[in-house]
Ligand binder design. Structure first.
Ligand code: PMP
Length: 353
C-alpha cells in the first residue's frame, strides 16, 4: 500500500488569473476599481509596527462591533473570517453535517461543490430555469442544507426577497446560507430576516463593494446560536484567523458609509451604461444587479472573444462548462476602462461580422 491511497484528494477551485503584467485592464475577478475608503489608508499609515508583536484579538471585536452597529444587530450575531471564502468553508463544515445532500443551483459560485468535496458533504444541484432564475420549489426536497448567492454568480441575477424567504421558510430543519457577495450593487439583502429565522445565515464580503479584496475580510450575520456553533469550529482550527491590520482597517472601511455609497453608486451607474452599449453590439445578458455582466453574443463564440480580449490585455472570465460556455463574465471597472473595452469590442464585432 502506498501512502498516496490515504491522501485526501480534491480537484481544487480555480481562481481567476492575477497577471503580474502592469497596465492591463483587469475585469476578471470582480474586484472594485476604486481604492478603499480614505480612512483605511490613513489608519494604515498610522499603524504602529510594534503592535504586531502581540497576537490579534481572536474574537475580532473591533470589526464585529463595527459591523454590528452598521447592520443593527448584536456583535454576538456577527462572525468574521479571512474573506467570505473562509466564512463559507467554515459554515459548510459546521452546518452541513448530514447524510442528506446540500442543495445549490447548477449554475453558481464554483467553490460550493469544491467545499462539499473537500469536507465530504453529499450535494445535489438544482437547475436554474431557462431565464437563469432559481425555482424555489426545487428546494422543497429533503436536504442537509441549502446555499445560493443572491445576486447569483456568475449570472448577476437577483431573486426577490419573497423567493429567498420562501426557501428559508420551507427549510426550517436545515441551515440556509444566502451568499450576498454582490448585494451592495442594487440587490436586496436577507439581513432583515435573521431575527425571524434562526436557520438563516447571511454571508457578505469586503472584497467587492468595500474595495478590500487584498485584505481578505468576509463576515456573516445570523442567530446567536448559529454564530456560537461557527465559532466553536473556527476555534478548533485556528484562534487567530484575522490579523491585526485586517481588523483595524476593516473597521475603518465600515465607518465610512458615505464613501461606500458613492463607489457602489458609481459602479451601478457604469454597469447600466455598459449594458446599453453591449446591447447595441448585439450582446445579450441577464439583468445583472452585481458588479459584473454575464454576456453572450449570438454570432461570435465566447472563447474567441475571450482570447482576443486577452491579447489586447483586457482580462475577463470565461468557463468551459455546461450551459455557460458561450458567456463572458465582465467585471465593471472604471468608466475609462469600460470605454476601452467597448471600443475594442466595437472594432472586433465589426471585423468579424
Ligand atoms: N461568494 C461569491 C458568490 C463570490 O463570487 C466570491 C468571490 N470569488 C466569494 C463568495 C468570495 O469572496 P471573498 O473570499 O473575496 O470574500
Amino acid at each position: 500500500m502506498s501512502w498516496e491511497e490515504n491522501v485526501r484528494k480534491v480537484v481544487p477551485y480555480v481562481a481567476g488569473e492575477q497577471p503580474r503584467k502592469p497596465d492591463i485592464i483587469k475585469l476578471n475577478t470582480n474586484e472594485c476599481p476604486y481604492p478603499p475608503a480614505p480612512g483605511v489608508g490613513k489608519a494604515a499609515a498610522q499603524m504602529d509596527p510594534g503592535a504586531l508583536r502581540l497576537y490579534p484579538d481572536p474574537d475580532t471585536a473591533i470589526l464585529a462591533e463595527a459591523l454590528a452597529e452598521y447592520y443593527h444587530v448584536k456583535p454576538e450575531q456577527v462572525f468574521v473570517g479571512v474573506g467570505s471564502d473562509d466564512v463559507l468553508s467554515m459554515a459548510f463544515m459546521t452546518f452541513f453535517n448530514s447524510d442528506r445532500p446540500v442543495l445549490f443551483p447548477d449554475v453558481t459560485y464554483s467553490f460550493y461543490d469544491v467545499w462539499a468535496e473537500v469536507h465530504r458533504i453529499p450535494y445535489k444541484t438544482c437547475p436554474l430555469d431557462e431565464n437563469w432564475h432559481i425555482r424555489p420549489e426545487d428546494y422543497r426536497q429533503p436536504n442537509g442544507g441549502v446555499i445560493f448567492p443572491n445576486p447569483n454568480a456568475p449570472t448577476g441575477l437577483m431573486e426577490s426577497l419573497e423567493t429567498v424567504e420562501e426557501i428559508i421558510r420551507t427549510n426550517r430543519d436545515s441551515v440556509v446560507i444566502v451568499d450576498e457577495a454582490y448585494v451592495d450593487f442594487g440587490g436586496v439583502s436577507a439581513l432583515g430576516l435573521v431575527e425571524k429565522y434562526d436557520n438563516l445565515l447571511v454571508v457578505q464580503t469586503f472584497s467587492k463593494s468595500r474595495a478590500m479584496a487584498g485584505m481578505r475580510i468576509g463576515f456573516c450575520v445570523g442567530n446567536e446560536k448559529l454564530i456560537r456553533y461557527l465559532n466553536d469550529v473556527k476555534f478548533s482550527f485556528n484562534s487567530y484567523t484575522m490579523n491585526l491590520p485586517a481588523q483595524l482597517l476593516g473597521a475603518e472601511a465600515v465607518r465610512d458609509e458615505a464613501y461606500f455609497k458613492e463607489i457602489t453608486g458609481r459602479i451601478i451607474a457604469t454597469r447600466e451604461r455598459v449594458k446599453g452599449e453591449l446591447k447595441k453590439l448585439g450582446f445579450s445578458f441577464p439583468d445583472s444587479r452585481a458588479n459584473f455582466i454575464f454576456a453572450t453574443h449570438p454570432a461570435i463564440p465566447a472563447k474567441e472573444i475571450f482570447r482576443a480580449l486577452r491579447e489586447a490585455d483586457i482580462y475577463v472570465r470565461h468557463w468551459d462548462k455546461p450551459r455557460i460556455s458561450e458567456y463572458l463574465r465582465i467585471t465593471i471597472g472604471t468608466d475609462e476602462q469600460m470605454d476601452t473595452l467597448l471600443a475594442f469590442l466595437r472594432d472586433y464585432v465589426a471585423g468579424v461580422m
